[in-house]
Design a binder for this molecule. Structure first.
Ligand code: MGD
Ligand code: MGD
Ligand code: SF4
Ligand code: MO
Length: 798
């Protein structure tokens, strides 16, 4: 096995267009463990990104000691990336795992037993329910739990308590993916699938550093770009990532827009399609609505005007548009460079528009991947532990609410649907002012990952709200809690989850959790029991006990909806590969692509939302929607570009943006405990362009102070590949220690602002200034292998 820190994507296995991606099985075992010493291999899928690679977990003496890709899985054909290989298991036996509950006593978190911890939770919960009602309760969950856990949480929150204040960190992650799919097609759900890589001529990657964030999917692309008749790539990213390099190498284009100007660029590309007659008029008339309005919106975005706004070359923009306009099969992927930016939903919808204008949807190679980031983000969206109702149901449609009320046997009025569901940033505001007095956080670390860290620390540590944190470790967030619950993690519990291309995997319990740690499902069930939630007939509201029973309950809830799991079962998921929903009697083996018949779930009775104005976020009413008679046609929607919330000024002359590196996962609770990954990217850095560095008298490794109106960080500078005028900071590095200490977290500087439609926070647009603090003692601790490499590095991807 090669060193996959140095060799991130492993050896090439080139293949030709239209042929199958060759199998290559990747495996890693802990040092000192030989293959024949492994006691058993347990079925799972990797939980370190949304790619969802099928894998088996190696178990020896009751410990997880390694991982192996599953050759037969349609997602990865045996491959695993560096995080999956090295980061999947070491955390599980880390010495600092939480093994007992804790409660705050005299200001200090102290270990206790479960009855004491749950007793405290239930006492506060019941008191607040009595005194203030369900609106006093908030839940902030994750994109990393299992389907069965989200569904259980959704039912207890929506039908047990009846609170609209439920969301996940999926709001920070892929709320815009969901919003863009709903606006264009009527409901969430990826139209395409990964196999589109095999069939496409062109791949557009919008604000997506796929090479580092879904490394196995990138291998699938590299194996085509290094094979016969390779596809051409186009990359839209203000940094020269490996994706950007590969775009140039394949004869495509790297467009590096000014941070916060994505929509102007998209409007320019759209206009080019109209100008050059690259629109499939017949298809557009038959299957879409809104084309005339879209055309008039984009009309003023000439290449020259776009070049001015975005700081890109007009000729390059024309060339990118021509590639899109003249390719037979285009695959597009979209992620955080768009979703966490200014005008996120409008920019992501613009990608859908390009496909719709050319009828590039629903056939092999003509795919859209409005990506996910977290491994189970999709399930939170489906099950409704976020702002949505289970089964992509429309909270604004009485019939949909009625269906759930019947399914759960509760009064429909219990199910909160009288107003927009509360999004994560709004939940935090209610916690701040104390109207939410009980906040339950599971499997997320907002003290590091939410914008404007100082504010979040203040909110979570205040006296005005009782905070429960359920995690594997005593995270920066857990340290601020009133009760900490020790959870079992991946491999220590059973459940299912669904990746970007709708592939559902079963992950089976491989080992026991440490100490008294319990699965999140068991914890939620214990709370529901203790609260004694009942249905209309006085029977227990939640009627399942095991993961498989929860899954079966979910199958029933999803029946007839776009994300139909009714034809799936644990037994079926024990086959050679994961299976893509919808799985029904009519499609028992799952569904590769949606919308092959160009009929979209936009009918008024079916859709998940009636839609929004993309510029303002104003909602379309049921009446207005019905009057449009969408009847299965997709929506073409546009919006004018507007300047970002915080423009650069004399005081803050640079644009601040944030993101990731290949070796770390989020706030590093897992990858930071895996020795190889920790060493590969051990500490914070910030990336500057060579031109800005020179102007500011900064050289590689100098310690710099980066400040925004909200806070500051100090870190060594990487004179790197980011475009002039922008500063890039990774968000992985939390501030060790307690509240009040600052100086390392990227989110000290970010803003409390969000997209008007998806409500996703803008982690990628703020203004900042940079100055040198002192000379460094060597290069910045940034990896040299990918997008964070020094500017002096050049050349293509292997
Ligand atoms: N190694 C690793 N992989 C991961 C994760 C991880 O933490 N580590 N996390 C997973 C999760 S949850 C997610 S959501 C995904 C995220 O995956 P990505 O979206 O690929 O990751 P990011 O680094 O957040 O952002 C992608 C790119 O957006 C660019 N960008 C910044 N500002 C702008 C802008 O204004 N316009 C445009 N067009 N681009 C901009 C950045 O330069 C960056 O290269 O990764 C998943 N995979
Ligand atoms: N500046 C900036 N900020 C960002 C982003 C960015 O690009 N820039 N990206 C945003 C995005 S896309 C995301 S997804 C978020 C991620 O932000 P977070 O969700 O805060 O990131 P994680 O570190 O993955 O936190 C997950 C937590 O869940 C715990 N955990 C893992 N498995 C389990 C389990 O089975 N049960 C329980 N109870 N706990 C578990 C882990 O120990 C960890 O503490 O960050 C967002 N914040
Ligand atoms: S690509 Fe994602 S799912 Fe696959 S091994 Fe890497 S981290 Fe895991
Ligand atoms: Mo994410």
């Amino acid at each position: 096995m090669t060193d996959r820190i140095a060799d991130i994507w492993g050896g090439r296995t080139p293949y030709a267009k239209g042929t199958a991606w060759p199998v290559r099985v990747d495996q890693h075992l802990d040092p000192g463990i030989a293959e024949d010493q492994v006691d058993r291999w347990v079925r799972s899928a990797c939980l370190l990104c949304s790619n969802g690679c099928g894998c088996d977990i190696a178990v020896k003496d009751g410990r997880m000691v390694g991982i192996r890709g599953r050759a037969g899985d349609t997602v990865n054909h045996g491959r695993l990336g560096p995080k999956g290989l090295y980061g999947s298991t070491p955390w599980s036996h880390a010495a600092d795992r939480l093994t007992r509950p804790m409660i705050r006593d005299g200001g200090v978190l102290t270990e206790c037993d479960w009855p004491t911890a749950m007793g405290r939770i239930v006492e506060v919960s019941q008191r607040l329910l009595r005194e203030k009602g369900p609106l006093s309760h908030g839940f902030y969950t994750s994109g990393q739990l299992f389907l069965e856990e989200y569904y259980t949480l959704a039912v207890l929150g929506k039908a047990g308590l009846g609170t609209p204040h439920m969301d996940g960190n999926t709001r920070l992650c892929t709320a815009t993916a969901a919003a863009a799919l709903k606006e264009s097609f009527g409901a969430d759900g990826q139209p395409g699938c990964y196999a589109d890589i095999e069939h496409c001529d062109t791949i557009f990657l919008y604000g997506h550093n796929l090479a580092e964030t879904q490394t196995v999917l990138w291998s699938r692309i590299l194996d085509r770009t290094h094979g016969p008749n390779p596809p051409v790539l186009v990359c839209v990213d203000p940094r020269r990532t490996k994706v950007a390099e590969e775009a140039v190498r394949t004869g495509g284009v790297h467009l590096a827009p000014r941070v916060g100007t994505n929509l102007a660029l998209m409007n320019g590309l759209t206009r080019e399609l109209f100008e050059h007659g690259w629109v499939d008029e017949k298809w557009v008339t038959a299957h879409t609505m809104g084309v005339d309005e879209l055309r008039s919106i984009v009309d003023s975005y000439t290449p020259e005007r776009v070049a001015e706004i975005c700081g890109v070359d007009a000729g390059e923009l024309r060339r990118a548009a021509r590639i899109f306009g003249t390719s037979d099969r285009v695959l597009s992927t979209v992620l955080q460079g768009f979703y966490q930016s200014h005008q996120a939903t409008a920019a992501a919808v613009a990608v859908n528009n390009l496909h719709l204008l050319r009828g590039l949807i629903g056939r092999p190679g003509a795919g859209i991947l409005q990506m996910n980031g977290q491994p189970t983000a999709q399930n939170n969206r489906e099950c409704g532990a976020d702002g949505d109702l289970p089964g992509f149901r429309n909270w604004d449609d009485e019939q949909h609410v009625q269906q759930l009320a019947e399914l759960w046997n509760v009064d429909p009025l219990t199910i909160p649907h009288w107003a927009d569901p509360t999004h994560a940033m709004q939940i935090m505001s209610y916690v701040e002012e104390g109207s939410i007095g009980f906040l339950w956080i599971s499997a997320t670390n907002p003290a590091v990952s939410m914008p404007e860290s100082a504010r979040i620390r203040r909110i979570l540590s205040g006296e005005q709200c009782f905070v429960v944190v359920q995690d594997l470790f005593l995270t920066e967030t857990a340290r601020l809690a009133d009760v900490v619950l020790p959870a079992a993690g991946w491999g220590e519990k059973t459940g299912t989850f669904t990746n970007v291309d709708r592939t559902v995997h079963l992950s089976e319990k491989a080992v026991d959790p440490p100490g008294e740690a319990r699965s999140d499902l068991d914890i939620f069930l214990a709370y529901a029991d203790a609260m004694d939630f009942r249905d209309a007939d006085g029977a227990p509201l939640i009627k399942w006990r095991t993961p498989e029973e929860a899954f079966d309950a979910w199958r029933a809830a999803s029946r007839g909806r776009p994300c139909d799991y009714s034809g799936l079962s644990y037994e079926k998921l024990r086959g050679p590969t994961g299976i893509r929903w919808p799985v029904t009697d009519a499609a028992p083996d799952g569904t590769e692509r949606l919308y092959t018949d160009a009929v979209f779930p936009t009918a008024t009775e079916t859709c998940e939302t009636y839609g929004h104005d993309l510029l303002t976020g104003a909602t379309v009413t049921q009446q207005e929607h019905r009057a449009m008679r969408p009847d299965g046609r997709a929506f073409l929607k546009g919006a004018e570009h507007t300047p970002a919330h915080e423009p650069v000024s004399e005081e803050y002359p640079l644009l601040y943006t944030t993101g990731r590196t290949v070796y770390q996962f989020h706030t590093r609770t897992k990858t930071g405990r895996a020795e190889r990954l920790r060493r590969a990217a051990p500490d914070m850095w910030v990336e500057l362009s060579p031109a800005d560095a020179e102007r500011l008298g900064i050289t590689e490794g100098d310690v710099v102070r980066v400040e925004s109106p909200r806070g500051w960080i100090e870190a060594p500078a990487r004179v790197g590949q980011v475009r002039e005028g922008a500063v890039f900071a990774p968000f992985h590095y939390g501030t060790p220690g307690l509240a009040g200490e600052v100086g390392r977290q990227a989110n000290e500087l970010t803003m409390t602002v969000w997209d008007p439609v998806s409500k996703q926070p803008c982690f990628k647009t703020a203004a900042c200034r940079v100055r040198k603090v002192r000379a460094g003692d060597g290069p910045a601790p940034a990896p040299d292998t990918a997008g964070s490499a020094p500017a002096s590095t050049s050349g293509g991807t292997r």
